[in-house]
Design a protein around this ligand. Sequence first.
Ligand code: UD1
Ligand code: UDP
Length: 352
Amino acid sequence: MKIVSIVGARPQFIKAATVSRVIRETKGIQEILLHTGQHYDENMSEVFFRELDIPEPVYNLEVGSGSHAVQTGLMLKGIEEVLLKEKPDWTLIYGDTNSTLAGALASVKLHIPVAHVEAGLRSFNRDMPEEINRIVADRVGDLLFAPTPTAMKNLENEGLASISCFTGDVMFDSILYYSNKITREPSRYKSEGIPSHYYLATVHRAENTDDPERLNNILKAFSEIQGNILLPLHPRTRKAIAHHFNIPSNVKVIEPVGYLEMLKLTMDSEKVLTDSGGLQKEAYFLGKPCITLRTETEWIETLNNNQNIITGTDPDKILKAVAMKVTPSGNNNEFGDGNAAGAILKYLFLSR
Ligand code: UD1
Ligand code: UDP
């Protein structure tokens, strides 16, 4: 069985690392990795390949940044060329980025079956580019891998049950696999002036970075939090802040870090404040209270026991959530048994 796996953005490298490793451990599968080049900075791309032992991509389209149409259009053209040449049994796509959308569209038009890892996620907010990408990917997909019961239910509600399977979440597999390495890996930031007590924050969602009022509210809330905030800053947000805003004095900005460093920083933090999808789950898996700087979440299982609190960007709500005492319950059952990648491969073989 031959698979072309399409990745392009940071969270996709992390998800693909686990599936790709299990593919390499399984007889009878050849994987061709295609990197669209959506993310390209060393600390947004290469670090993950190196750290997580992901094989060098066979193809890198190097599309870089651009408007949605330009970026997706360049990807479509490049992916089509590769698929025509490789003629795989499956195109494997991950998540909800423009790389996901382009992979799905290019493949379905060539009648090459599409399998979608992390299918069925819905925010029901069509202003999010990711929501459009997910809906299209699931609609044209041939095999949909749901990471949670909620995702499975969403697919059933859309009439897609017959091509959907609950596999669990590959990011849960990933935490289990890398947790030994994480605990042994000392955080190099300890020696670089990172305080021993801090809240860990990330912000990159377009709805926050591209709306000055929302971004201002987030920074205002950060400035009013009693304590230090560590902010590994996504390049999109760095650019948005550079033009109009000052970083509060209790916020320590660092460059984006690798996955193992990020998990270590999460483990060592007091709480997590984020608009990231992946980080909400990692906080939940690692038993760290999370505050989600959005008005909704696709990962509603994490809301259990207030382990994840949705605040949007309202400073009052953020400050209240920071002050709230939360006891994580540590129940990760909804995310599978830690072998989502194995289940994905099983279904790919069965549905060939
Ligand atoms: C993308 C995904 C988002 C995902 C995020 C993960 C889409 C529509 N969005 O958002 O779902 O949560 O990745 O991080 O696909 N940039 C750099 N260097 C890089 C990459 C980006 O400087 O290596 C800057 C560029 O100015 C670029 C901006 O970041 O215009 C946004 O990058 P882009 O890939 O378009 O979207 P993300 O915000 O990263
Ligand atoms: N992450 C990382 N370094 C960072 C910030 C995040 O390795 O500096 C990891 C994080 O631990 C999670 C993933 O990137 O595994 C989430 O990606 P991101 O927040 O960019 O995208 P999203 O999940 O929101 O699509």
